[in-house]
Every structure is written in structure tokens, then in C-alpha cells.
Design a protein around this ligand. Sequence first.
Ligand SMILES: Cc1cc2nc3c(=O)[nH]c(=O)nc-3n(C[C@H](O)[C@H](O)[C@H](O)COP(=O)(O)OP(=O)(O)OC[C@H]3O[C@@H](n4cnc5c(N)ncnc54)[C@H](O)[C@@H]3O)c2cc1C
Length: 435
Amino acid sequence: MIEEKFDAIVVGAGMAGNACALTLARRGLKVLQLERGEYSGSKNVQGAILYADMLEKLIPDFREDAPLERHLVEQRFWMMDDRSHVGLHYRSEDFNEERPNRYTIIRAQFDKWFSSKVREAGAVVLCETTVTELAQDAYGRVIGVRTDRHDGEVHADVVVLAEGVNGLLGTRAELRERPKPDNVALAVKEMHFLPRETIEARFNLRGDEGTVIEAAGTISRGMTGMGFIYANKECVSLGIGCLVADFQKTGETPYGLLERFKRHPSVAPLIEGSEVKEYSAHLIPEGGYNAIPQLYGDGWVVVGDAAQLNNAIHREGSNLAMTSGRFAAEAIFQIKSRREKMTKDNLARYPKALHDSFVMKDLRKYRDMPALLHTNSRNFFLTYPELVAKAMENFLRVDGTPKRETEAKIFSAFRKARGFTGLFGDAFKLARAWR
Ligand SMILES: Cc1cc2nc3c(=O)[nH]c(=O)nc-3n(C[C@H](O)[C@H](O)[C@H](O)COP(=O)(O)OP(=O)(O)OC[C@H]3O[C@@H](n4cnc5c(N)ncnc54)[C@H](O)[C@@H]3O)c2cc1C
């Protein structure tokens, strides 16, 4: 394929791969980036919220030409039962700042732009090229990759695996295990197109202001999962995802959940009359800290979703992907500039940087949360949302019942459902996992 040897090969042109290839190329390293899709972003799925801080560290002036949708001034959280939702709603004028903190984006457009910056920095970017295997020497050290191109073997000092959550290269080479069904969610998403004024009126937005809604409750039928509704300029991204293990256990289908979510009386008016132009499905790593595999070895590192670096509690993934890609590149650059070899010991600089940063600190903080939500999913995603909705209805309905009787009804419903010991037990476990 290509005769010359590279300093680094980056497999994948998503958030992690682009961040890594860009940083390496800007540092003057000879970089080859390989992407199986027709173009960067063609295979990628996200809600999608972009966290500006992590992109600013790579491209400080990105606001000048990046394809951004809306800057977020508001976030809504909905706890849903079948006919209602109880909401928490935060909106602040402070988010109408000169350098907004979060934006909605459309990944296909955004990744294309990101990739153009990687090319400008001097990396060789080859799309429509699938890496089929890692090339290893007799000692198991990674020395390059094999691809689906004719004569497709190419060598480098180090290979960066930025192949996303379902990346097969690392698992095929036995560098890590396949993600387990209780550590990954399957999400489905649709893009609903509407006139810009309609979106702004329905979501109470002005100009480029944006809002996102995160939703949990009976919409996931007792499975561990969440729905989302994100307002873009001329379309609304809407989706839902649940753990693969829960889909296997219950026989529910992702399409079935999405259809129900769209028909919910709180959701349907937001997308009424829209035209659906895109439909996609993708996995999300949700195992958290305990599911993170070995991150480095002789001649290789793994970054982004392939390394399970995803904070499902805060719905952050792309920022962890960009940060891990950048840290891996900085570690490789340091090793290269000291003229040292890409050994496991030297590449340990990369996980050290991750551990010292928000990436591992946040993931470690919530290390018990995924297992807790999964083992108690029916309580958290079915029983409590139904009870909270009922309590709100009782609290608000005025029908001549004395307040003392209404309150007694609410307490009795909670006691019957789980007993106070069960309820306080769950609350205690949740608080401990959150600490
Ligand atoms: C429905 C959904 C909503 C989400 N919402 C958000 C959100 O709002 N905010 C957020 O921060 N995160 C969100 N995430 C998570 C976020 O999308 C990921 O964390 C992020 O995309 C990870 O980036 P990555 O580069 O590691 O992987 P990816 O973006 O998946 O990129 C991997 C790339 O590698 C390529 N590739 C794979 N194998 C090969 C191979 N063998 N050869 C060549 N190329 C290969 C793929 O084609 C792909 O381009 C969401 C995810 C989903 C599914």
C-alpha cells in the first residue's frame, strides 16, 4: 500500500482519532490516519452535544468556521411515566456568553470539518480503508496494520486504536475483551426536520440559542436507559438507548421504544409535522471505570470509546474521546522527541495523564453507578418515575380532598411499592454511588 514507515498510524477518524492525528501532525510527526467510512463522520452517530473546552484545547478559534448548530442556554431533565413528565429545567442568560460552553452539532458535518483540520496539519488521511488486523512482530509488539487495500500492510512506531466502541482490531489481537452486553447501550436516533421558526417557537429559543432534553422513566420499560431530544437549527435529534443486556433479557426492540417515545404526549407536539430524513443506530460504552480495558502496550495505545471512556451519568463521551486522543498524542510526541522507543513502559505516560485529569477522576467517582442502576433498573426506571408522577398529580389536583388525606395517599403509595426501607435503601445506595 504505502512503502514508507510512519511515526504513528491512527485507526479511525472520529473525535478521538481526529484529536490524536491533529495533535501529532501539528507536532511535526509523520502520521497516517485510516478511516473505513467514505469520509470522516459518515459512520458516526452522536446526540450531539459538543463540549467547547476540549475542542478549544485543540483548535482555539474553532468558532470561526466549525459547523455548529445552537449554543445551549438551557437543559431540561424529564422523569416520565406513560402520560406525563416531572421536569427539572435550568436556563440561564449566563450561557449567552461570548464563548459558549456547549453546542449542538451534527456529527457528519462536524467530523468532515475536523478532518479537514487534520489534513491541513499535514497528516495523510485515507478514507474507505478498513484496518483488518494489527501487524505484530514475533514478540507480540505492534509494528503496524493490515488493511483491505491491495498490498495493504503499513508500518509505524506506534498504532493508535481510535476505532470506536465496537472496534474489532483490539479484540482480535487479544489486547482487550469484547465489551460485555451489560457494559454497552444500543441507541437509536432520528433527525426530524422542521422550519427553523417552528423549532424556535416550540422550544422557546431566540436566534442561535439551543436547548436539550434528557429523559428517563417508563419510556425504557424498566430497562437501564434514557431518551434525548436536542434542538438543532433546522432539525430535532431524538433518540433512546438501553443496555444491550436488557434488550436481550426483555425482548424489547429499540425501534419499539423509539416509536413509543415519539408518541408520548410530552414529545409528540415537539416533532409534529416533521420530516424524518435520517435514522441511525449505534452502541455507547456505559460500563464506566470498571469496564476500562488495558490502555497501552508495546507499540499501541487505545483512546476514546474503544477504551470505554464514556461518562454515561453526565452524558459525556466526545469530550473524553478528544481529551484521550490529545493525551495519547502528547505522550507519543514526548517519547519521539527523546528518541526513545514506543515500549509499554514509555507509553505509560498516556494513562498517567488520563488518571491525573478529569477523565479518570470523573469516571472513578461514578464507578459503582452503572452496576447499581443496572441491578435496580425496574425501581429506578419504572417504579419511582410512576410514583413521582402520581405524587405530583395528587399534589396538584384540587377536588375537595383535604391536604392531609392527599399526603397520606402519596406516602402510602410509596410504602406499598417498595416499603420505606427499600426506598431509603435505594436512596442511600444512590447517594453513595454519587459521592
Ligand atoms: C446516540 C448517541 C448519542 C450520543 N450523544 C453524545 C453527546 O451528546 N455528547 C457527547 O459528548 N457524546 C455523545 N455520545 C458519545 C460519542 O458519540 C462518543 O463518545 C464519541 O463519538 C467517541 O469518539 P471515538 O472517536 O472514540 O469513536 P467514533 O466517533 O465512533 O469513531 C470511530 C471511528 O473509527 C472508524 N473505524 C472503526 N473501525 C475501523 C477500522 N477497522 N478501520 C478504519 N476505521 C475504523 C469508524 O468508522 C469511526 O469513524 C453519543 C453516542 C451515541 C451513540
